[in-house]
Ligand binder design. Sequence first.
Ligand SMILES: [Zn+2]
Length: 97
Amino acid sequence: MTGKGRSMNKKLPQRTCIGCGSIRDKASLIRIVRGTDGVYSIDRSGRKNGRGAYFCDNVDCLEMAIRKKALNRSFREAVPEEAIQRIKGEWDRMNSE
Ligand SMILES: [Zn+2]
């Protein structure tokens, strides 16, 4: 504590990974969002409206979240299989760019 007067913006927002449960800076997590239209997608900007859930930037956490049905808990509904496939597809595309 050197007291340089930098108390603002010190704390980055943190979120919990729905797969492994670790807490990380929001910026290093991937956000899944259910838009106001009910469509699930990966929100790369982190700014889309709607309910969101976060996972670490790796496929293991995504798959863990799916296995644990953590998505259902985060979104408070049974996330349809089709939506899960869509998220996985987007994830694959993101990582093959
Ligand atoms: Zn994780």
